[in-house]
Structure formats: C-alpha cells, structure tokens
Design a protein around this ligand. Sequence first.
Ligand code: HEC
Length: 130
Amino acid sequence: MKKPHQALHTVLKAACATVATVAFTGLVAANTAHAADASNGKVLADAHNCAACHGPNLNKPVSPEYPKLAGQHADYVYWALRQYQMGTSNPHLGRNNPIMQAQVQSLSQSDMKDLAAYIQSLDGDLVQKK
Ligand code: HEC
C-alpha cells in the first residue's frame, strides 16, 4: 500500500502528462491546420487585383504612397493584412488606412497566409541600405 503522499504524487504525475499531451496535440493541430499555399496566394492576388496599386509582380507601385510588397517577409505581410482587417475596431493594433481596409474585408485567415506566402516568394526591389 502506498503512502498517501506517494499516491497523490502518482496522480499528479499522470495529470501533468495528460495536460502536456493535450497541449502538444493542440499545438501540432494549430500548426498543421493550414500550411500557407503561395500558389493559392497568387490566385487571390490576381482575383483581388492587388497589382492595380502595388504594380506588376507587386514590385512597382503605381504611386509612391503605395508600398512595394514583393519579397517582404510573410510574417510581416500577414500581420499587416490582419491589422487592416482590425482597422479602427482595435485602436491599439489596427491600421486605419481606408484603401487597404477595403481590400482585406473579405479575406479569411488562410487567404491572408496564402497571400503572404505568395508575396514573400516574389523577387523584389526591397533593399537594406547600409
Ligand atoms: C486601391 C489600391 C490598393 C489595392 C487594390 C491594394 N492595395 Fe495594398 N496598399 C495600398 C496602400 C495605399 C497601402 C499603404 C496603406 C498605409 O499607409 O497603411 C497599402 C499597403 C499594403 C500592405 C502593407 C505594406 C507594408 O509594408 O506595411 C500590404 C501587405 C498590402 N497593401 C497588401 C495588399 C494586397 C495583398 C492586396 C490585394 C488583396 C492589396 N494590397 C491591394 C493600396 C492598395
């Protein structure tokens, strides 16, 4: 017969293992739920006509207030798109540019990830000046 504190220890260990397994499974599920698909990103970019402002291959904006996108890191692009979607509903995190807010309203999370993967895959003129 185990002493009470040993039994409790065993129960706690089992409980911790279960929590860790559930948390790990959840993480894996979240990560594999959607692997960004750059080719679908291109389909979306064409359908939404992003090039009308950001230029051919999203690299030659039609005017200086439209940023170059080609080659930008996907993480940054995805977050920027999310920020336009939040808009003024989140004054701390949202970006309140009305032009881009209009562009992203119909996009899902996975659409934005796909667009971001596509944008990162493009050759661009973005440079670091040293
Ligand atoms: C009508 C013109 C227009 C269209 C169409 C357009 N954009 Fe933009 N985009 C802009 C402007 C203007 C900005 C800069 C807004 C600002 O100052 O926040 C911008 C900014 C961005 C940024 C932020 C870049 C950065 O460096 O922070 C991303 C990302 C972006 N656009 C992606 C897209 C995508 C993807 C599409 C197509 C779904 C698209 N845009 C369509 C005008 C446009």
